[in-house]
Design a binder for this molecule. Structure first.
Ligand code: DX5
Ligand code: ZN
Length: 226
């Protein structure tokens, strides 16, 4: 099953509630909420109060991507603000196992994100306890960047390893430069949760954009299964 997650980074923040409602009505599965601290990545986005407000206003699955230096400090706060899933970076300072445990303790899904330069093998020790691995297909920090096709072998390696340890249920998410042209490339490699920022929010017809990305991804999944 393919999940499409519009990233609010490309939304109009002056009417964020309406923007989130628009993509959920338009068929989005999750809302991808990018948190940047200006230290772990060279950009600052949104944080706790904004998530608290929109999660109260628009009922949805809030997929929180923490691009911050010490994620474990903020796990409880983001969960309380409405996160349904939290992913943090393996390259961040917090102990990965302790952070996964803290997320699970809040009763929500836990994921780890990998920057493009981090090899697939680095995530292998955590696969049995994770719900999701996020493979970044751009350098984290900004929307609207060019998709890195050379991340596909990494997706494939993680999918193969997960299958081999009985974790075929592990979700593999991709984030960065995903549109209806790149969606089949990543789903063919084994990704099933697709973040798309500019390819959804920069379009007038968001429902059409979501449907086109989903159809392109599902088509490649089917071909891979044959
Ligand atoms: C980048 C963010 C992404 C970003 C994706 O650091 O994590 O979620 O919003 O934007 P697009 O889809 O435009 O590349
Ligand atoms: Zn993201």
């Amino acid at each position: 099953m393919i999940r499409i997650c519009p990233s609010v980074l490309s939304a109009d923040f002056s009417k964020l509630g309406d923007e989130c409602r628009d993509v959920i009505t338009g068929g989005a599965d999750w809302i991808h909420y990018d948190v940047m601290d200006g230290v772990f990545v060279p950009n600052i986005s949104v944080g706790l109060p904004v998530l608290k407000s929109i999660s109260k206003t628009v009922k949805a699955f809030y997929d929180v991507h923490l691009m911050i230096t010490d994620p474990i400090r903020y796990v409880d706060d983001f969960a309380d603000a409405g996160a349904s899933h939290i992913s943090f970076h393996l390259e961040a300072q917090s102990d990965a196992v302790a952070t996964i445990e803290a997320i699970h303790k809040k009763g929500i899904l836990a994921g780890i994100a990998l920057k493009p330069g981090t090899p697939a093998e680095d995530i292998f020790p955590y696969l049995d306890v994770l719900d999701l691995v996020l493979v970044m297909t751009v350098e984290p920090g900004f929307g609207g960047q060019k998709f890195m096709a050379d991340m596909c072998p990494k997706i494939r390696k993680i999918r193969e390893r997960a299958d081999s340890i009985g974790r075929s249920d592990l979700l593999i998410q991709v984030d960065g430069g995903i549109d209806s042209d790149t969606a089949p490339v990543v789903s063919g490699a084994g990704a099933d949760v697709l973040v798309a920022g500019s390819a959804v929010f920069n379009k007038k017809d968001r429902a059409g954009a979501i449907a086109a990305i989903r159809a392109a991804a599902e088509d490649a999944l089917c071909r891979q299964d044959k």
